[in-house]
Design a protein around this ligand. Structure first.
Ligand code: MCA
Ligand code: AMP
Length: 498
């Protein structure tokens, strides 16, 4: 039994010859039979650039077939892949590079100078910076050796990736994911969701997070299935592709946008076999509407960066709106509460990460023995079915991306004329939650919404920016002096209505 995901992928790919792995539009842009050679050449290039097994490779590049090959090539070379959201600003990037301490950074050509400067400033000046653009141009692929490098053997406990995720306090932490973590989760989902070689996945997710990089791509690769590869999300084009595809994975925002299209009909969806949603709560109403419009019950599943997928609604049994289903085979969940009561969900199993990179204190805080404490509040039915009912962590999820209020509050509070602020999420028809900042201004400072937004621009990634800033005289506090976010959420619940 292989312990490495890339070894399993290479075994599956080799005999498939010209079968398309990645398809863009009408063209097969990467055949299964080419994966062996192309990842081998990339691995040789990464080694020639000085990256040795166990080294980190930080990657902030646009979604492209070359970026997928880079991921697979890095695994083949035994490197630890550190994907970064393309929306991160230079300042945010500097932190990640400084923390990860990569041997190599791959970025977009236009960012190279800034990235090099940020790496040096963050004390990671030894990192070599190479470039890759969305068309496969840039210095990374300019000098590709002809001779493929052999596969570097990795054990189940060896790291395969570090994905950054924020906490309620402090800076982002790197979740260390091992080969065993990735492989066990991918194999469990392959069986559960009945992946097969005839499948055609519509891939609309970014490839810097667990959902698009691992759940979607690993599923297709382990089945030898084809992938319709989208650089972005266009609802009408995706609906047109349903006729020649079988699986879609998205966040609730994707489903909300599909529902706005007249072309979403049972006829258009007749050839599809599976629609999966996750990364954020899917409203029961959206689940119902989608069933009526498409003839398909969305399969909702639940996971985390630190754990991969934890629970899933069943493939054959009832897919119940508002629930996230049952623990995956091999994964065990528990709820810290009296039976039937809501409590914080703990998880253990081969999917649970190895801890936070260079942060044993934070790792210790988030585990109780072998149990990883998710911070999600859940209830469990007698048959084991899990329903998420809230979060013990102060977190906003907009369009499937996590935004940590504390990080935004610190940035707002540092602006001139600001006394203090409270940042929270309220319902948003497209994004699920929209970010609102309520700000207390210094008397006479003349602070405005526009001034706050202008002050934040450039420092924070744009998806984190508040979509409304409201200047007030004071924040509501309880008897202990704590800001009452629940009261604020209730007061501003309708700011995005209509
Ligand atoms: C884009 N914008 C956003 C978001 N995305 N604002 C808030 N939240 C967002 N998620 C802003 C941009 O900054 C920009 O603003 C404007 O919207 C348009 O940008 P564009 O790139 O055109 O956006 P889009 O194409 O409409 O993107 C929306 C999206 C995208 C398709 C829903 O956000 C997306 O792909 N989300 C999926 C994220 C994901 O993969 N999550 C999985 C995490 P401006 O004009 O001001 O610049 S993994 C995970 O959570 C766990 C493990 C799990 O369970 O899966
Ligand atoms: P991340 O840390 O970015 O991986 O985000 C993980 C968090 O996303 C989880 O802790 C949940 O709060 C949330 N999440 C993921 N899937 C779902 C889902 N199906 N329903 C509700 N929340 C979800």
């Amino acid at each position: 039994m292989t312990t490495s995901l890339i070894a399993a992928i290479l075994d599956i790919a080799a005999p498939l010859g010209r079968k398309p792995f990645l398809i863009e539009g009408e063209a097969s842009v990467l055949a299964y039979g080419d994966i062996e050679r192309e990842t081998g050449r990339l691995a040789a290039r990464l080694a020639a650039l000085g990256a040795a097994p166990g080294d980190r490779i930080a990657v902030q590049v646009d979604k492209s077939p070359s970026a997928v090959l880079l991921y697979l090539g890095a695994l083949r070379a035994g490197l630890v892949f550190v994907p970064l959201n393309t929306a991160y600003t230079a300042a945010e990037l500097g932190y990640f590079i400084g923390d990860a301490g990569p041997a190599l950074v791959v970025c977009r050509p236009g960012d190279a100078e800034v990235v090099q400067a940020e790496a040096t400033r963050a004390g990671a000046g030894g990192a070599k910076v190479v470039t890759l653009d969305a068309n496969g141009g840039g210095s990374l692929l300019a000098d590709l050796p002809e001779e493929p490098a052999p596969l570097v053997a990795r054990g189940a406990d060896d790291l395969a990736a570090i994905l950054y995720t924020s906490g309620t306090t402090g800076r982002s932490k790197g979740a260390m994911l091992s080969n065993g973590n990735l492989l066990s989760n991918a194999l469990a989902l392959k069986d559960l969701w009945r992946w097969r070689a005839e499948d055609v996945l519509i891939h609309i997710l970014p490839i810097y997070h667990v959902h698009g990089l691992f759940v979607a791509l690993h599923g297709a690769l382990l089945a030898g299935a084809s992938v319709r590869f989208y650089r972005g999300f266009e609802a009408p084009a995706v609906i047109a592709d349903f006729a020649r595809s079988s699986v879609l994975m998205g966040v609730p925002t994707h489903y909300a946008r599909l529902l706005r299209e007249e072309g979403l009909t049972p006829g258009a969806c007749a050839g599809m076999r599976l629609f999966v949603s996750g990364s954020a709560p899917l409203l029961a109403e959206a689940h119902r509407d989608f069933a009526a419009r498409s003839g398909h019950m969305i399969l909702e599943r639940y996971g985390m960066t630190e754990t991969g997928m934890i629970t899933s609604n069943p493939y054959d049994g009832a897919r119940i709106a508002g629930t996230v289903g049952y623990a995956l085979p091999g994964v065990v969940v528990r709820i810290d509460a009296a039976e039937g009561e809501p409590g914080v969900l703990g998880v253990r199993g081969p999917n649970v990460f190895k801890g936070y990179w260079r942060n044993p204190e934070k790792t210790a805080q988030e585990f109780r023995g072998h149990w990883f404490i998710t911070g999600d509040i859940a209830t469990q039915a007698d048959d084991g079915r899990i329903t998420l009912v809230g979060r013990a962590k102060d977190l906003i999820i907009a369009g499937g991306l996590n935004i940590y209020p504390k990080e935004i509050e610190e940035a707002v509070d540092a602006l001139p004329g600001v006394v203090e602020s409270a940042v929270f999420g309220v319902p948003h028809a497209d994004l699920g939650e929209g970010v609102v900042a309520v700000v207390v201004a210094l008397p006479g400072a003349g602070l405005t919404e526009a001034a706050v937004l202008a002050g934040l621009a450039g420092g924070l990634a744009r998806f984190k920016l508040p979509r409304r800033v409201i200047v007030v005289e004071a924040l509501p506090r309880n008897a202990m002096g704590k800001v009452q976010k629940a009261a604020l959420r209730a007061e501003y619940a309708a700011v995005f209505a209509g």
